[in-house]
Design a protein around this ligand. Structure first.
Ligand code: KG4
Ligand code: ZN
Length: 342
């Protein structure tokens, strides 16, 4: 195959703390998806340190791209277009992927496509279920975002609700830290929650007072903090070994997040008259969220599509996949493509 009629897109993602590259055929067939996670580099700080992230992307981007080509068993000459995350994210991190993408596109005279990271998370679920029909509702829940979008097509998204404060993943990460659990908090809390009682403690579930749709997780996070410290706000947070019924706290917290996400998502589907929901972002890996959302949606004749966990968290297959659709729709960029944090 020559690159002129190739449907292969090389996708590049570096918006946060994963350096990723993937080769995808015709928008859905994933030939390779390589992700280098920086989790260990940020773990001791309990969250992503932007300067560290940028430097790490710089040292990993070319080896990761190379590996994606090798694992897909293709050469750069076989690639038809280059897609890269242009926003949102950490500017210093985004620039690493964008510079690599521009250099490759320029040197091989290939089309360059700028991809919106959130739109790509919504696209991920459609890569694995080819019978999903638009319009649909997307719940994007990650460390940086918690929002609901009405999607008319792959690239026409309207945000209908977001969080007033913390993202759901951020709440998982902060509560995990309070409980003395490893970063990232989502998987650690889920694991511990399996041995706990989700009904043990009644933590608050936010719902907008005016009946609109929205999220807020800071009240829940504070409720867990007070639960651990008792009523004395100045008391120190107890050592993990001194936390009573730690698994029950984890399970009750997780259940509160899941309840809020499920309730608001189904309310949005009803408001918008949509019968298909897709989810994406790291928190979409959460087993309890997947199960509760599926069960409650089914009872209302709403279909839920969840990507496999590897395509919920940050990856470049979703960037290459959506990049192909944008390319076909004529939405290519030029070498002035720039990073945008928002
Ligand atoms: O989408 P992602 O990989 O990166 C961002 O764009 O933020 O999401 C990472 C977030 C972290 O906050 C992590 O704690 C959360 O996703 N997460 C989970 C689970 N796996 C990852 N949260 C709840 N349950 C999980 N199983
Ligand atoms: Zn993400």
């Amino acid at each position: 195959m020559t690159s002129a009629n190739s449907t292969l897109v090389l996708g590049i993602e570096s918006s946060c703390d994963e350096t990723a590259a993937a080769v995808v055929k015709a928008g859905t067939e994933i030939l390779s998806s390589v992700v280098h996670s920086q989790i260990e580099e940020h773990a001791e700080f309990g969250g992503v340190v932007p300067e560290l992230a940028g430097r790490s992307h710089l040292s990993k981007i070319l080896p990761v791209i190379n590996r994606a080509l090798v694992e897909a068993k293709v050469e750069l000459d076989d690639i038809g277009a280059i897609a890269v995350t242009e926003r949102p994210g950490l500017v210093g991190s985004l620039l690493v992927g964008i510079s690599a993408a521009k250099a490759l596109a320029w040197s091989r005279d290939l089309p360059l496509i700028g991809v919106h990271h959130i739109e790509a998370h919504a696209y991920a679920a459609t890569m694995e279920s080819d019978d999903l029909a638009f319009p649909l509702l997307a719940l994007i829940v990650s460390g940086g975002h918690t929002a609901l979008y009405r999607c008319e097509s792959f690239h026409e998204l309207t945000r209908i609700a977001t969080t007033l404060d913390d993202a759901a993943g951020e709440a998982f990460d902060k509560v995990a830290w309070l409980l003395g659990l490893a970063y990232p908090g989502g998987p650690s809390i889920s694991k511990l929650a399996r041995t706990g009682d989700p009904k043990a403690f009644a933590f608050p579930r936010y719902r907008p007072k005016d009946g609109s749709i929205g999220f807020s997780f800071s009240g829940l996070k504070t409720a867990v903090l007070y639960h651990l410290r008792g009523q004395d706000a100045l008391a120190p947070t107890p050592e993990p070994k001194d936390i009573e019924r730690r698994a029950d706290v984890a399970a009750s917290f997780e259940q509160a997040v899941v309840d809020a996400l499920v309730k608001q998502t189904l309310a949005a589907a009803k408001q918008e008259g949509l019968s298909t929901v897709v989810i994406g972002g790291g928190v979409a890996c959460n087993q309890s969220l997947r199960e509760h959302l599926r069960a409650e949606a089914e009872a209302q004749n709403i279909r839920v599509a969840c990507p496999s966990p590897a395509y919920c968290t940050d990856n470049a297959a979703m960037i290459a996949g959506l990049g192909y659709q944008l390319w076909r729709a004529g939405k290519t960029a030029n070498l002035e493509l720039d990073a945008s944090p928002r």
